[in-house]
Every structure is written in C-alpha cells, then in structure tokens.
Design a protein around this ligand. Sequence first.
Ligand code: AMP
Length: 178
Amino acid sequence: MDSSSSLTQIRALIRAVADFPKPGIVFRDITPLLADAGGFARCVDALAEPWQGSGVQAVCGIESRGFIFGAALAQKLHAGFVPLRKPNKLPPPVVSVDYELEYGVDRLEARSDALRPGERVLIVDDVLATGGTVAAARALVEKLGAQLVGASIVIELAALQGRSRWQDDTPLHALLRY
Ligand code: AMP
C-alpha cells in the first residue's frame, strides 16, 4: 500500500463524535483505528517514518492516548518509553510543568530521573488542539535536561492553530490534518 492510500485508510478509521465531551467540540475518537490490526500497524509505521535514522533514544508519550501510540513507536524506533503523566500518578521525586486549559490549569509530571542529560527525545500524542499540552511536554523534557528531537502527533486540528505555540523549527510532525 502506498503512503497516501495508507493515510486515507487511517483517516477512515478515526471517528468524529459531535458535541463530546462538551457542546461544540468535535471529538476525534481513535479507538476504531486501534481496534483495526492493519490500520494501527500502518499508523505506527507512518508515525515512525520521519524519525528513522534520527537517533531517538527515548519516546515520551503524553497520558493517556499518547501512551498507546508512543509505546508502539518506541518499539519501532528501538527506543525506550517514558510516560509523561497527569498529576499525582507517579511516586516522588517528580519534575512537573503546569499549563493552561480552556478552564483552569493542568500539570504534566515525569520521574526526576526519567531522562538522561542530552538524551535524544521524541514527544508523542494523539491530538494537537490548542497546543498547550505538547508545549508543556516540551517544557518538561527540557527541564529534565534532555535534547528534544521533535514531536509526533496523529491528528492536528489545524483551525485551533496549536502549531503557533511550538516556539521554533524543531520538527512537529502530524500524520493527519483536519
Ligand atoms: P491541547 O492542549 O488543546 O492541544 O489538547 C490536546 C490534548 O487534548 C490531547 O492530549 C488530546 O488527547 C486532547 N484533545 C483535545 N481536543 C481533542 C479532540 N477534539 N478530540 C480528541 N482529543 C482531543
């Protein structure tokens, strides 16, 4: 299967759910993609493709759907997997970064020894919306002294302009744009 028909197949396996979890939000449900053996495998292959040969040593997945794609991608890239978690899930000592949500704040945490200084890191999540979550993940990786190679996202919601929160030309790769 060539890469454009592979992306067409992946796109067809993502369900749009109107008004979930709140009125006005179109939720992008990736569970049909995960349930499809061929589609999920092709998705992980396509996510890995831009990073082959870039020396990624650790894949940092954002809780919780970033864990699913991130763990599979780590295997594919022969890298370790590091979970970036919601507050109070990891035992101390942790390093944390607070970030703004539409209403209120949230926090991402990692074990304080999760990454080695200079370790080459790729961040992974399912959806880029306003960009706050991936920016917080980036700040956390940098706080730990690791070297950010880039970020890999399955779905970019382009209208929300999350990419504008990504400060520089470090690669931010999205498989699909809506
Ligand atoms: P943001 O910080 O606004 O970029 O939001 C990204 C995070 O929220 C990701 O971890 C997504 O899993 C989740 N998210 C935001 N919007 C959606 C959406 N429309 N459908 C599914 N997940 C979403």
